[in-house]
Design a protein around this ligand. Structure first.
Ligand SMILES: [Fe+2]
Length: 512
């Protein structure tokens, strides 16, 4: 006997049939319970989720066998239904099979017929389960493969949530990330949540997700009402059935050796929540197992994303230091990169550029003159007018900067374009590539004006900084032919209103 099939629920409005079936099946070694009608049967299924099989009559008052099978799938999705019927309702029995019944037995039936029906149903159930498991495995494998290939946090969270919802056929869900202090969770991405819950911050221990984070344990709840201790935590939860499970940091690297730190304990970095299974079904242990695999892969991927971010930021700090060290040698250009960054970011925001472009400028502007590392100090700090060869040496700095930064993996072509092209001019008179008009993108146009403004406004070894009027005249002169007129107009407005001084030492941060 299959150990999964120890308990059978018999449903019939006729006491004689109930007693007979109970006697037969008990003698066969099954654990049998009997219900007098459909409603009573659903109650039994709710109380005992371990029923493996449901033998039901078709013609019953209030709720017939077909309706019971339909309802039972919501209460106990894994139960195997078999219908018992007389000849008169054979067609109905066939309809019941269409609704999900595994088989039917005709009254009056023999013990042998019951045995065959049970064995057939079990075999069919086993095959169906095997197929479903295989399908699940294949799907989970595909999801895991994709997760491993994503290296960007927002994209990763978006994919994990949508793949999880699709996999367990749920309509509502979220991923909450642990906040920096490690004491609360904040919704990072959601589907189907009401507006007020979209940015919710939940302390550990409060709400279902907070409980999962605090205990670092997964929950698969079929009906929250069955768990009074969880009901208290779930006041805002609309769904009775849900899965909530933690994503954990497992591999902690030692800061100094970069090797796995075996002493550190895993800790929760996020919680994945899904609810509202489609068609009113309940979540099963199979759903939990599948999501646990997805969550494991997501944890590793998220951990990698964070490590990569740390590495990138360390690398970035080195590059920024390079730019600052370079400027430190020359009192006249000290702070130039930071000021150009501040002007570019402020202008980008005022011009209504997409925040992605503003962020590209924030970094690109900071690095735009890194190539001056390849120009001798004697030329950079020369007081007298430059001779032709010296001028040519200076003009190499955008290309040197580009070559130095091109191998840096996390810098995108847009960043490199800012470094390479910030001395290009609309009429093609710039360097190093002599680009014209449409070949110079918007970010480069903004950086070019910011760079020109800072160069004109600061003192040089060979001249004092220009006055506001002189700068405005010069910018007006350059607009159209050399510099973008719209950007120039904005800078003139900022200069004439005095607003530009505010940005000199102020780095505007992105809106969050
Ligand atoms: Fe430059």
């Amino acid at each position: 006997m299959d150990t999964d099939c120890t308990s059978i629920l018999v449903v019939d409005d006729e006491a004689v049939i109930r007693d007979l079936m109970t006697e037969i099946l008990t003698e066969e070694g099954y654990d049998v319970e009997a219900a007098r009608d459909g409603l009573h049967a659903l109650e039994c299924l709710r109380e005992r989720p371990d029923f493996a099989m449901l033998f039901t009559d078709i013609m019953m008052p209030e709720m017939d066998g077909i309706e019971l099978i339909r309802e039972a799938r919501h209460v106990s999705p894994d139960v195997i239904p078999i219908v018992m019927t007389g000849h008169a309702t054979l067609e109905t029995a066939r309809a019941a099979v269409k609704e999900g019944a595994y088989d039917y037995v005709l009254k009056p039936f023999s013990i042998g017929e019951i045995r065959v029906a049970i064995d057939n149903a079990l075999e069919r159930h086993r095959l169906l389960r095997e197929n479903a498991r295989l399908r699940d495995l294949k799907q989970t494998f595909r999801i895991s493969e994709t997760i491993a290939a994503i290296h960007e946090e927002d994209h990763l969270l978006d994919f994990v949530l949508h793949a999880s919802l699709e996999h367990v056929e749920a309509a509502r869900g979220s991923i909450m990330l642990t906040t920096e202090n490690g004491q609360a969770l904040q919704v990072a991405i959601s589907v189907g949540l009401p507006d007020e819950a979209k940015d919710a911050v939940v302390p550990y221990g409060k709400s279902i997700a907070g409980w999962v984070a605090e205990h670092s344990l997964p929950l698969c709840i079929q009906n929250i009402q069955d768990s009074p201790e969880l009901v208290k935590l779930s006041r805002r939860l609309k769904d009775h059935s849900f899965i909530s499970l933690p994503l954990e940091h497992n591999l902690m690297l030692d800061t100094y050796t970069s090797k796995p730190n075996t002493r550190s304990k895993p800790h929760v970095i996020a919680v994945l929540n899904v609810s509202q299974k489609k068609d009113g079904f309940l979540f099963t242990d199979g759903d939990l197992k599948a999501l646990s695999i997805v969550a494991k892969h997501a944890s590793v991927a998220l951990e990698n994303v964070h490590l990569l971010k740390d590495l990138e930021s360390a690398h970035l700090d080195t590059l920024k230091s390079m730019a600052l060290v370079l400027e430190a040698k020359d009192p006249y250009t000290h702070g130039h990169s930071e000021r150009v960054r501040n002007y570019s970011v402020a202008a980008g925001i005022q011009l209504g550029m997409p925040s992605k472009d503003v962020e590209t400028m924030r970094l690109g502007a900071m690095l735009h003159d890194v190539g001056k590392i390849g120009v001798s100090d004697a030329i950079l700090n020369k007081v007298e007018p430059l001779i032709y060869a010296e001028w040519e040496a200076i003009k190499l700095h955008p290309v040197v900067g580009y070559d130095v930064l091109a191998p840096v993996g996390f810098l995108k072509p847009e960043h490199l374009a800012l470094v390479r092209s910030h001395h290009e001019r609309l009429d093609g008179s710039g360097y190093p590539d002599g680009l014209r008009e449409g070949a110079i993108d918007d970010r480069v146009r903004v950086l070019a004006v910011a760079d020109t403004y800072d160069a004109m406004s600061g003192d040089r070894a060979y001249r004092k900084g220009l006055s506001a009027e002189e700068i405005v005249d010069e910018l007006r002169f350059c607009a159209h032919d050399k510099l973008d007129p719209e950007v120039v107009a904005l800078f003139i407005h900022m200069i004439e209103s005095g607003e530009i001084h505010r940005y000199r030492d102020l780095e505007l941060k992105p809106d969050k």
